[in-house]
Ligand binder design. Structure first.
Ligand code: SF4
Length: 275
């Protein structure tokens, strides 16, 4: 075989390998790509399957039963958690994981019960633990700027929550048992608020929701989904404080979120310049 066809064959083989990897990752990690645009493709409010509905989260790939067996099965939403107040009350008295012993206040989340957009971070930090409110420290101020100055929304019209409702000591990474114990509260909040779009802030939130270990840099920039809800992973505001050069990349993600919601990008100014 001469050099030309050999190069061509090698290129085809490379592309086939790349496609296979993509398929494997998307099927087995819970990551499911959605169409990026247009907004018309987004599920209408109320049309998205509710978290907890009888719907397999990780359909078993028939050719890989061992992978299906390893897939995470979400814990059911505890009965009675059908209002945001009920979720907050349950969280306030929760002792399901060891974090209850070291928290000052629980941080259930806050915002509009009819929010079209929900932000999900990983866990409360020191300021949040002190005040019992999500994203109120320096990273919270940046998130507020991204929402208000960048997206042209009021903080009160979105919903802001974390995967964990109690602070891990020293702001360490969430542990898998803590995520598993706490996730039903977030799923209850999703079932109540029924946002049209989710935005996962940072790799820990994205990993908890998408059941993947892919780097946030690879996950961000396109819509995936969590239980039928379009989900945009993007950088955590804490990371953006440390790496301000990446604010413009996060802003690209937020512009996709606005488009998905059918909302205009306000002015020419974005969080990348003003936050
Ligand atoms: S982090 Fe979640 S599961 Fe753990 S004690 Fe707090 S509310 Fe309960």
């Amino acid at each position: 075989v001469s050099a030309g066809p050999r190069r061509e064959l090698a290129g085809i083989a490379r592309e086939a390998r790349r496609l296979l990897e993509t398929v494997r990752e998307s099927r087995w990690s819970g990551v499911e790509a959605l169409p990026e645009t247009p907004a018309a493709a987004a599920p209408r409010r109320g049309a998205a399957p509710r978290p907890g509905a009888a719907r397999p989260r990780h359909p078993a790939p028939p050719e890989a039963p061992e992978q299906a067996a390893a897939a995470r099965v979400p814990e059911p939403i505890p009965p009675g958690l059908d209002t945001l107040e009920a979720v907050a009350a349950a969280v306030a008295s929760c002792t399901k994981c060891p974090l209850h012993a070291t928290r000052t206040k629980t941080v259930p989340g806050e915002g509009s019960p009819t929010a079209r957009l929900m932000f999900v971070g990983e866990a409360p930090g020191a300021d949040e633990d002190e005040q019992g409110r999500p994203f109120v420290g320096r990273a919270g101020q940046l998130l507020t700027d991204m929402i208000v100055k960048g997206m042209g929304l009021a903080r009160e019209e979105v919903f802001i929550a974390n995967v964990l409702k109690c602070r891990p000591p020293g702001n360490r990474d969430p542990l898998p048992n803590e995520v598993a114990a706490c996730l039903p509260y977030l799923r209850a909040q999703l079932a109540i608020v029924r946002p049209e779009v989710l935005c996962a802030l940072g790799r820990h939130a994205a990993h908890a929701l998408l059941d993947t270990k892919a780097p946030i840099g690879r996950l961000r920039g396109r819509f995936l989904q969590y239980e039928g809800i379009p989900l945009m992973p993007t950088f955590h505001p804490s990371y953006l404080l440390r790496t301000p050069g990446d604010k413009k990349i996060a802003w690209e993600d937020l512009k996709l979120v606005l488009a998905r919601l059918g909302l205009p990008v306000p002015g020419a100014r974005g969080a990348g310049g003003g936050a």
